[in-house]
Design a protein around this ligand. Structure first.
Ligand SMILES: [Fe+2]
Length: 377
């Protein structure tokens, strides 16, 4: 870790009046708001219209969870008539990722489509995207400060990642009051996503002292706060703390990307719709133990910074956290049994994720990790 760089140009504003703040200091005149139908129903879109006035050219409130590339193309076709000069992504990770994907494709010639590019194996990397402003309404994805967008091709049953410095949002507006009404299941799954990001950035080949510092601070907050939020979901201080933890973890993975836990998660989300934060967290304790065998000191240091004697004690604490947050209930709700999960292990070594892990893993290693993880739930 003596040869590294850190680059993250996103301007961060953390404030409890985020929606009003969205209108200040933004010099764009044809803004498109990208969000879900729920924010229109709950009046948040009306609030944004009031704040942005004539500068809000259009609202696309059709984002669905795990955004599909054909649906993104439909939205892009609509937006080409509006010719926006800036996109605001308002919502959870799906809204923010959709805004980033649209920002990329809208700078391409009119006939270009996201599905056409991705199905032809063209990555669309290093393109010049439209500016994106992010307003997260969950605490977990970190997408508000990362140069990545995850999109899904449900027709071909594939996940795609867009990446590049042009996808860094120009501004992230974090208003923890937007998370006050999140239901318990979403609070837990998004919070576990933040926890996964922090761990994944530490046991990562691309880790550096700054990313490890951010991740350690993130975990110090989230491991304490998330269980408290389960019982006191309207506690403003905890909501604010969790949004900070998510931001810090997002900053960390903006440099390292994620690793083995996310690699394991994708087939579970694609195949069974298991929420992302659950799919990428259930194996964390086993991955921690797996990586501890080649620890260069960073995992022990992390454990001790978090108040544990060593990595095995931290892994035990993490297991208890998953049980306390009712992670097994998610698996039973989605009807997932051990044999179904193990049937997917051959697809769990996602290139660009699994190979970031500090210890190489093969299918047999993943099979052991996943089986042991499931049996601990
Ligand atoms: Fe994630």
């Amino acid at each position: 870790m003596d040869n590294w760089s850190f680059y993250n140009p996103t301007h961060i504003e953390f404030c409890p009046e985020g929606l009003d703040r969205a209108s200040s200091g933004i010099n764009y005149q044809r803004i498109a708001l990208i969000t879900t139908p729920g924010f229109t129903k709950r009046g948040v879109v009306t609030h944004m219209k009031r704040a942005l006035g004539d500068r809000l050219a259009t609202v696309c409130d059709t984002v669905q969870p795990n955004p599909d590339i054909d649906a993104i193309d439909n939205t892009a076709e609509r937006l080409r008539h509006v010719d926006p000069d800036c996109l605001i992504g308002l919502g959870g990770g799906s809204s923010l990722d959709t805004a980033k994907a649209l920002a990329r494709i809208l700078t391409q010639p009119e006939e270009a489509t996201l599905s056409g590019h991705l199905r032809a194996g063209l990555s669309l990397e290093n393109e010049r995207a439209l500016p994106v402003i992010t307003i997260p309404t969950t605490a977990g994805t970190g997408a508000e400060v990362t140069p990545f967008a995850t999109v899904w091709d449900f027709r071909e049953r594939k996940k795609h990642s867009l990446t590049g410095n042009d996808l860094f949002p120009i501004k992230a507006i974090l208003d923890p009051t937007l998370t006050l009404c999140l239901p318990e299941s979403l609070t837990i799954s998004s919070g576990l996503d933040a926890i996964s990001h922090a761990f994944e950035s530490v046991w990562n080949k691309n880790a550096n002292p700054v990313s490890i510092g951010l991740a350690t601070q993130s975990l110090a907050i989230s491991l304490k706060t998330l269980p408290e939020l389960k019982n006191r979901s309207h506690d403003r201080a905890n909501r604010s703390a969790m949004m900070s933890a998510s931001l810090l973890a997002g900053m960390a993975i903006s440099q390292t990307r994620t690793a083995l836990a996310h690699s394991i998660s994708y087939p579970l989300t694609l195949g069974f719709d298991l929420p992302h934060g659950i799919a990428c967290s259930f194996a964390l304790p086993e991955i921690l133990k797996y990586n501890a065998e080649v620890d260069d000191g960073r995992l022990k240091q992390l454990a001790q910074s978090l108040g544990h004697a060593d990595t095995l004690v931290l892994a035990d604490a993490l297991n208890r956290l998953l049980l306390n947050l009712n992670v097994p209930r998610f698996f039973s709700t989605y009807g997932l049994k051990e044999e179904q999960i193990l049937s997917l292990v051959h697809n769990m070594l996602t290139p660009g994720r699994a190979d970031n892990n500090m210890r190489p893993a093969n299918v047999s290693d993943v099979c052991t990790i996943v089986r042991d993880a499931f049996q601990c739930l």
